[in-house]
Design a protein around this ligand. Structure first.
Ligand SMILES: Cc1ncc(COP(=O)(O)O)c(C=O)c1O
Length: 463
């Protein structure tokens, strides 16, 4: 087994002498492609051992991304990891499955006519959001040009708590990000004061189903009502894109009566991550438009150089097709009943955990896991000067749990929260173990007789 030197100045990975074969290098550069070859077993062992130093995904309460699939799914993955999603000529069966999947999603999200929608798989929600945003921008440009108006200052209205992919979208495609600040009174974008943000240059409004910071839903119906009032007063007809990275796979099963999807006429497009509550390995996302008219035809490329006439709509060209097949597997394997059961049980665990955290006098819940199975809390004002949530996060890490602490977005940046994401696999038993560790670490910190140092504290990964 190779030994990896983990000093900051080390440029090489040294092989354990037991495994060095005659003639093989004993040290391999860490940052340059080695001159010579290694035996496959040696290269495997090095990479395997490096990857082993990653955390234990089961105890990671920070990520939304799926980290477990069952045996048949793994077999299917191993059989299909060579498929290139873009090569629809070579892999027509995979291409057909892709279309079936987004048509199923269109139905799940109540598109008026799922067979008349258009959609695509992507590498994740970020790419899906970019495509949703691009369609909004292009539709707005067409309408403005047709009316003989300028198109040089588009803006997109959204909460200050959007995921970073929306800031990227605005930056990469020259769109002004109009952020509506969240506050103690308006914990999410809820349509209040929307008229101060929307104008003739607004390409759309983003509503998030499951805000990354807290897991809360933005009330799509209320946002749409506010836009209806704006339209009645000004004539501006502003569409909504739903960033349902997590919630678009939760709400249909856990809150089926909540109207957040294509049942709301203003919703033009919906994106989600197959690799979050879609229950597939990373990276897979989906975006679906209400109908073909919602996606300007001039965003679709027709390429022929892989031997056929291929419509493509994605930022990347080549990308793995296996995840798409895995999504189809999950749809067939679980069906509506299975998804309902899996999502409901994650939801039940989140509600249980939020209830336990609420019982601790040190904390105040920010939200209680009623939307997606995610909740956040903060330290009660005045509880202690000796420790903060970053210290608690560090203490929990010593027991293997990753539970990030981080500041809320700009206008609430003085509020620090800690968040738990419950995914399939965090069983009620494991959640019970987490509660005892949390209680023990809080008790430990409360016993401190002097403040812990705060130098070098920084938010942990929480996207
Ligand atoms: C609301 C929201 N949008 C977009 C994303 C980006 O998703 P992905 O990691 O699939 O690109 C996330 C990720 O957590 C998210 O929570």
């Amino acid at each position: 087994m190779p030994v990896t030197r983990r000093t900051a100045d080390s440029d090489t990975v040294a092989l354990n002498p037991v495994f060095v074969r005659p003639g093989e290098a004993t040290e391999l550069s860490r940052f340059a492609i080695p001159e010579g070859e290694s035996l496959p077993e040696t290269a495997y062992q090095i990479v395997h051992d490096e990857a082993m130093l990653d955390g234990n995904a089961r105890l990671n309460l920070a990520t939304f991304v799926g980290t477990w699939m069952d045996g048949p799914a793994e077999r299917l993955y191993a059989e299909t990891f060579d498929k290139n999603m873009v090569d629809k000529d070579e892999y027509p069966a995979t291409a057909a499955v892709e279309t079936r999947c987004w048509t199923m999603l269109a139905g799940l999200w109540h598109a008026p006519d799922p067979r008349d929608t258009i959609g695509t798989s992507t590498v994740g929600s970020s790419e899906a959001c970019m495509l949703g945003g691009l369609a909004l921008k292009r539709r707005w440009q067409h309408a403005r040009r047709a009316a003989g108006k300028p198109t040089d200052r588009p803006n997109l209205v959204m909460s200050s708590a959007v995921q970073v992919c929306w800031e990227k979208f605005c930056n990469y495609w020259d769109v002004e990000a109009r952020l509506v600040p969240i506050s103690e009174e308006h914990k999410v974008l809820d349509g209040d004061d929307l008229e101060s943000y929307v104008d003739e240059n607004t390409i759309g409004v983003v509503a998030i189903l499951g805000v990354t910071y807290t897991g809360m839903y933005e009330p799509v119906r209320r946002i749409a009502d506010a836009l209806d009032r704006i339209q009645a007063a000004t004539g501006l007809d502003v569409p909504i894109h739903i960033d349902g990275a997590s919630g678009a796979f939760i709400a249909p099963f856990v809150q089926p009566d909540l109207e957040w999807d294509f049942r709301v006429a203003r919703v033009a497009s919906i994106s989600t991550s197959g690799h979050k509550y879609g229950l597939v390995y990373p990276g897979l996302g989906w975006v679906v438009w209400r109908d073909k008219a919602a996606l300007p035809e001039d965003l679709i490329f027709r390429v022929t150089y892989l031997g056929g006439d291929m419509p493509t709509l994605a930022l990347n060209f080549s990308r793995p097709g296996a995840q798409v097949l895995l999504q189809y597997y999950m749809f067939l394997r679980l069906g509506m009943d299975g998804y309902r059961r899996v999502q409901q049980s994650a939801h039940d665990v989140a509600r249980y955990l939020a209830g336990e955290v609420a019982k601790l006098p040190q904390f105040a819940l920010w939200n209680d896991g009623a939307d997606i199975p995610v909740f956040a809390w903060r330290l009660r004002d005045g509880h202690t000067e000796n420790w903060n949530l970053y210290h608690l996060s560090d203490r929990l890490r010593t027991r293997g749990w990753l539970v990030p602490a981080y500041p809320m977005p700009d206008d609430l940046a003085d509020v620090t929260v800690q968040r738990v994401v419950v995914r399939n696999g965090l069983s009620r038993d494991l959640a019970g173990a987490f509660v005892s560790d949390l209680r023990a670490e809080v008790a430990y910190l409360d016993r401190l007789s002097a403040p812990m140092p705060v130098e070098g504290q920084r938010p942990s990964f929480h996207h």
